[in-house]
Write a protein that binds this ligand. Structure first.
Ligand SMILES: Cc1ncc(COP(=O)(O)O)c(C=O)c1O
Length: 455
């Protein structure tokens, strides 16, 4: 396999950095003026953007973002799926404006009819019969994890190394030596040692899952249908079926988090691959950018929870630890209804998926042309390249493939050519407004940039 010329990479990175700094004086000025913000940004993770300071937003619509220096980008980051429907889709903004203005009542503590429509639609797409709403996927995971523990009477959650499910305490775990579970690197001040709450296994390794389940204390396996937060690591044939079978055999629930993998299709990977979760979680994209989230539970899980609530040993209507005041508010549910009904439709997914295929083909052709030691994976409307060949099979392998310098260089090179990729990795997501010309623009830029290092 060809090696990466590190000296050449350092020169290319320095040149892209210089161009980025020169092209974005206003963004830099705003960053330097942000002294009252921790890390100078509204949320510390915004410092993940390469270049020493992030671009500052002026406006965004569809798949275009314009920064405060007047540059307009083809946006393939799309809010890390939060803007899968495109920026400010008209049906969503119309419904939201109506709820805020004409109708009124953003947060009233009362249910709205929209929530019922959304519940029916989520059932139609993902199959779970019963739904609750949240304002983030993190909260959907948190509250559903509590219900899983209640329903099973077990204390632990099984997760896969280098998964991400939002800031859920139980999930920041990796397998340690000799079958132990330990905190993943960088986990900020966990409340208790991870082995008290979690069992960690390795993706695509059913033996590691069975070893952990055999302890008999796992309430739920919490997983994405494909890992998407350490690059896309697809499931090998039989892996997801094996998870379902092992969960049932060992009395654990299967909890599928489709917050990102919704890109697989109109009904997510759950529908595409005929998965059978006991608990289903989704967030971000379905509100068209307005904060939202949802979890669905099976009739069996609902019955088990209800047995406890009827007996009075668990409280899901007041301060029992499941729910938030603003959850399911009328604004959020109006946004979900409009986005699901009119924007993220079956036709939209067909368009987005075919563009992601073209994007992936374009990347693959360049990787082959220059014999680049990277790989590319696709999950429906989303494509991602990783600095490893062959494509990593596990979270551990994918984490090991991370390369700060190549990552920074690729992101800056793309920004400098008018293309935004997700800052956390090298994700490209298509939205309904993405066009074939946008994809071709990426293909050309990718070929030019990669050729500078490997050509
Ligand atoms: C699979 C998955 N679940 C949950 C979350 C958390 O979403 P939020 O940050 O909206 O709470 C994320 C965020 O990236 C995610 O990728």
């Amino acid at each position: 396999m060809p090696a990466t010329d590190r000296a050449r990479l350092a020169r290319l990175l320095a040149a892209e950095q210089e161009r980025y700094t020169a092209d974005h004086p206003r963004s830099r000025e705003l960053f330097e003026a942000g002294g009252n913000l921790f890390g100078r940004v509204p949320m510390t993770w915004m410092n993940k953007w390469s270049g020493g300071f992030p671009l500052y937003l002026d406006h965004a619509r569809g798949n275009r973002i314009t920064d405060v220096d007047g540059h307009t980008y083809v946006d393939f980051a799309l809010g890390d799926t939060g803007a899968m429907a495109g920026h400010s889709p008209v049906p969503t903004t119309t419904a939201v404006a109506r709820r805020m203005g004409e109708l009124g009542g953003i947060t009233t503590m009362l249910p709205s009819e929209d929530a019922q429509w959304v519940g029916e639609e989520l059932t139609r797409r993902f199959g779970m019969p019963l739904w609750s709403f949240t304002l983030s996927a993190t909260d959907a995971n948190r509250w559903a994890v509590r219900l899983a523990r209640l329903a099973t009477g077990r204390s632990k959650i099984l997760v896969f190394a280098y998964c991400y499910h939002g800031s859920v305490d139980e999930t920041f775990a990796i397998p340690g030596p000799d079958g132990t579970t330990v905190s993943r690197p960088g986990n900020v001040a966990p409340p208790v040692p991870l082995d008290l709450t979690t069992r960690a296994a390795t993706w695509n390794d059913l033996a590691s899952v069975e070893r952990e389940l055999a302890h008999g204390d796992v309430a739920a396996i919490l997983t994405e249908p494909a890992l998407t937060n350490i690059g896309i690591v697809l499931p090998e044939p039989g892996f997801l079926e094996g998870l379902r079978e092992l969960a049932t055999r060992y009395g654990a629930l299967l909890m599928i988090d489709e917050t990102h993998t919704f890109s697989a299709g109109w009904g997510g990977a759950t529908r595409e691959w005929a998965l059978q979760p006991d608990i289903f979680v989704i967030g971000k994209s379905i509100g068209g950018g307005i904060p939202c989230g949802a979890y669905g539970i099976s009739a069996d899980v609902a019955a088990a929870v209800t047995r406890h609530t009827d007996a009075g040993d668990a409280d899901i209507v007041d301060v029992g630890g499941v729910g938030g005041t603003l959850a399911g508010n009328a604004l959020s549910t109006a946004a979900m209804r409009a986005t699901l009904d009119e924007v993220l439709t079956e036709d939209a997914f067909a368009h987005m998926t075919s563009l992601a295929e073209a994007f992936t083909d374009g990347v693959r052709e360049t990787l082959e042309a220059f014999d680049v030691p990277w790989s590319v994976s696709r999950l429906g409307a989303r494509s991602e390249y990783r600095f490893a060949r062959p494509a990593p099979r596990t979270g551990e392998e994918s984490a090991a493939a991370h390369d700060d310098d190549i990552d920074a260089w690729m992101h800056l090179a793309m920004v400098n050519r008018g293309i935004l990729m997700t800052p956390f990795h090298n994700m490209a997501l298509m939205c309904p407004e993405t066009t074939r010309e946008d994809v071709d623009r990426h293909t050309e830029a990718f070929r030019e940039v990669v050729g500078e290092l490997y050509g």
